[in-house]
Design a protein around this ligand. Structure first.
Ligand SMILES: *Cc1c(COP(=O)(O)O)cnc(C)c1O
Length: 339
């Protein structure tokens, strides 16, 4: 239960992988990769798509393509995945300067703070040049909270007004669309690019797809090659991803139900606290009361002895993430162990 990245390929994925038609994708000839990219572009309502090895590379390529002049600046959340967990790659590899804006508890950034962070182009003698705004949906570090269509549209309008691009780190965009009950293409309509993980809740073994305009994707393809992400018979991986799209998107609703069940159960255990209002998708942050006679590291170790793996956050906090290979009875078993 420590992450939705730990899913194993299903039998249907293994069969699809074994039977995948493949060719050299760097030469643009792998039919299964092309099928996945066409399908993902259609689902997301964008012109084109590109399969990349990881979510980190998907975000990196997107930022580098939008900010193709060294010394460009990107506005992003202070606890966003790109800013915290991606090795600062946008700076070290791309020469892109990060300008952080505070993430609210619900994963949003205040629109007026975003607007205030945009540099005045007249100050080019001293300022970097703002080129991009990044948002994250669902927002992992806020507990998997969802940014609404209305919010996303407003950020998009703001970006447009100032001649900026909008990138969505949509590692869990299908979780967000499911929880909000909106079509995923509508949710990302305002974005110039979106990075969608296949190996989180969708349960594929490897990969992310980035989507955007044809022009964006052709530049992204060059950047992918430069970063070492051009792969040859990649249809083996894309075949599993196609099964994930077909079989697993609809399972996210059950994941969210199991997550709510878990969160409610945890909140009934003395000494533990979950902010129920923040549980919108498949992530739960659990806080231990400081006057318990145990700590999160000790509790996590005991749980491990019972086969329950969770992610330690700090001395008084751990994280649980639900995915399609965690059943309702697994949740009940975990609750009884924790209790
Ligand atoms: C997992 C994740 C990514 C990408 O992670 P990889 O491990 O590189 O695939 C990006 N953004 C968010 C919000 C994520 O949760």
């Amino acid at each position: 239960m420590r992450s939705d990245t730990v899913t194993k390929p299903t039998e249907a994925m293994r069969v699809a992988m074994a039977n995948a038609e493949v060719d050299d994708d760097v030469l643009g000839n792998d039919p299964t990769a092309l099928r996945l990219e066409t399908e993902m572009a259609r689902i997301m309502g964008k012109e084109a798509a590109l399969f990349v090895p990881s979510g980190t590379m998907g975000n990196l390529i997107s930022v580098l393509v939008h900010c193709d002049v060294r010394g460009s600046e990107v506005i992003l959340g202070d606890i966003s995945h790109i800013h915290i967990y991606e090795n600062g790659g946008i700076s070290t590899l791309g020469g892109v300067h990060p300008r952080t804006v505070k993430n609210n508890k619900d994963g949003t950034m205040d629109l007026d703070l975003v607007e205030a962070a945009i540099r005045d182009p007249k100050g080019e003698l001293v300022y970097p040049i703002t080129r991009l705004i990044c948002i994250e949906n669902s927002h992992a570090n806020s507990g998997g909270r969802c940014l609404s269509v209305e919010y996303t549209d407003k950020i998009g309008e703001l970006a447009k007004k100032h001649g900026l691009k909008l990138h969505i780190d949509g590692a869990r965009i299908f979780n967000a669309a499911t929880a909000l009950g909106v079509p995923v293409d509508r949710l990302v309509q305002a974005a110039d690019s979106v990075s969608v993980c296949l190996s989180k809740g969708l349960g594929a073994p490897v990969g992310t797809v980035i989507v955007g305009s044809k022009g964006f994707i052709s530049k992204a393809k060059i950047m992918r090659k430069a970063l070492g992400g051009g792969m040859r018979q990649v249809g083996i991986l894309c075949a599993a991803a196609l099964v994930a799209l077909q079989d697993n998107v609809r399972k996210l609703e059950d994941d969210h139900k199991n997550t709510k069940l878990l969160a409610d159960g945890l909140n009934k255990i003395t000494g533990l606290k979950v902010d129920i209002s923040s549980v919108e998708t498949n992530i739960v942050f659990v806080n231990l009361s400081e006057n318990l006679n145990t700590t999160a590291p000790k509790l996590c170790k005991r749980l491990e002895e019972h086969g329950v793996l969770v992610m330690l956050e700090n001395k008084f906090r751990f994280r649980i993430v639900i995915h399609h290979q965690i059943t309702t009875s697994d949740v009940q078993y975990a609750l009884s162990c924790i209790k």
